[in-house]
Design a protein around this ligand. Structure first.
Ligand code: NAD
Length: 337
């Protein structure tokens, strides 16, 4: 591997694969070499858009192109196959969240990376969001004292549920950000029990839920609650709605992502544009997703450790598995590991 430029391929050319490809193209020490999607049209369009070769098979792309690392941006349920393909071919992996659709597949991915001596970073973007990172650091410094409770909430418009039509759960699509952040704030405590309830009225016709509440208990007594909702009115003003309250014996941290310090009033109403994750200005994509990809590139080239802990990504999915079991049984579920 040339230690000055990371040659990358993108697997999965949907909404986020295109975002990754665009950002990789803009990063000085990364080069987008090729793209791949099992849907021929999607692969061809992305190849044309970014001026690189396109493939419908990850293996073929890795056989034919000089690639050091792949960015895997396929749909949530299908992370295992391309991740194993990349690992077996000796390519470093940036893997979109969630690491996998369940903890068994997540462990397989971790194992494959270890056995093939490739590096793996799960793209948990809240790790790069100063509000979440600062809270984690304040907890580590002892500023909040001993942590008592962790509440996180994330909401989206109904159009998100309508677009996905039950193909992916709200837990895997958006909640995994909060499950991972909760584990980050609770470190080194681990979750031991989960109890979840959900409601489906507005989205019932899409075979999707409206909202869910999950109560998580940790082995040191911390209690956590994650509230998810994708039934908000379809109003673009609501770009990102997420918040958190972390209470300790000596302090509290409040996170508010909705109000990012910019409100635009116009004839069409009020908007809170995204300034955090992938805002566009100066003619390129800025924000935390870019910082995350830049970090992956820099750390892969230099050999420095990644900021995202793979074990937290796995525990997040394991906790979600327990929430699903709780929804099935209507009972609190012990988290096995
Ligand atoms: N961090 C964030 O804020 C954020 C935001 C959006 C999406 N994501 C994540 O990015 C990933 C992709 O989401 P999306 O919205 O782009 O989905 P999408 O449905 O728009 O695109 C997924 C693409 O993957 C392709 N695909 C599926 N299996 C494949 C395989 N085995 N090999 C190659 N291509 C395959 C599909 O054909 C599709 O084109 C998901 O894991 C999602 O959770 C993260």
């Amino acid at each position: 591997m040339d230690n000055k430029v990371l040659r990358m391929g993108v697997v999965g050319c949907g909404f986020f694969g295109q975002k990754h490809a665009d950002i990789i193209n803009q990063i000085p020490n990364a080069r987008l070499v090729a793209v791949c999607d099992i849907q021929e049209d999607a692969a061809r369009n992305a190849g044309r858009m970014f001026g690189v070769n396109n493939y419908t098979s990850c293996q073929e792309m890795l056989d034919k192109e000089q690639i050091d690392a792949v960015s895997i941006c396929v749909s949530e349920d299908f992370h295992l196959e391309p991740a194993l393909c990349a690992a077996k071919n000796g390519k470093h992996i940036l893997l979109e969240k969630p690491i996998a659709r369940n903890a068994v597949e997540a462990e397989q991915i971790k194992q494959a990376a270890l056995e093939n001596n490739v590096r793996l970073m799960v793209a948990h973007v809240c790790e790069f969001d100063g509000r979440y990172r600062y809270t984690a650091d304040a907890i580590e410094r002892g500023e909040l004292g001993e942590i008592i409770s962790i509440y996180l909430k994330r909401s989206s418009t109904q159009s998100t549920a309508a677009r996905l039509k039950g193909k992916v759960s709200m837990f895997h699509y958006m909640g995994v950000h909060d499950f991972e952040a909760m584990l980050l704030f609770a470190r080194p405590a681990l979750p031991v029990k989960a109890y979840s309830q959900w409601v489906a009225k507005k989205n019932a016709s899409f075979n999707a839920q409206d909202t869910s509440f999950s109560v998580i208990t940790f082995d040191n007594g911390i209690v956590g609650c994650i509230q998810l909702c994708w039934a908000l009115p379809d109003n673009e003003a609501l770009a990102f709605v997420a918040c958190a309250e972390v209470v300790g014996t000596k302090g509290v941290s409040y996170i508010d992502v909705k109000n990012q310090g910019l409100e635009i009033f116009s004839e069409t109403g009020l908007r809170y544009p995204d300034l955090t994750y992938w805002p566009e200005y100066f003619g390129h994509t800025a924000g935390k997703v870019r910082e995350e990809i830049q970090h992956f590139v820099d750390a892969t080239l230099s050999g420095q450790p990644y900021l995202v802990d793979t074990d937290l990504a796995i525990e997040a999915v394991r906790t979600i598995d327990a929430c699903f079991k709780s929804l099935e049984t209507g009972q609190p579920v012990t988290i096995e590991r």
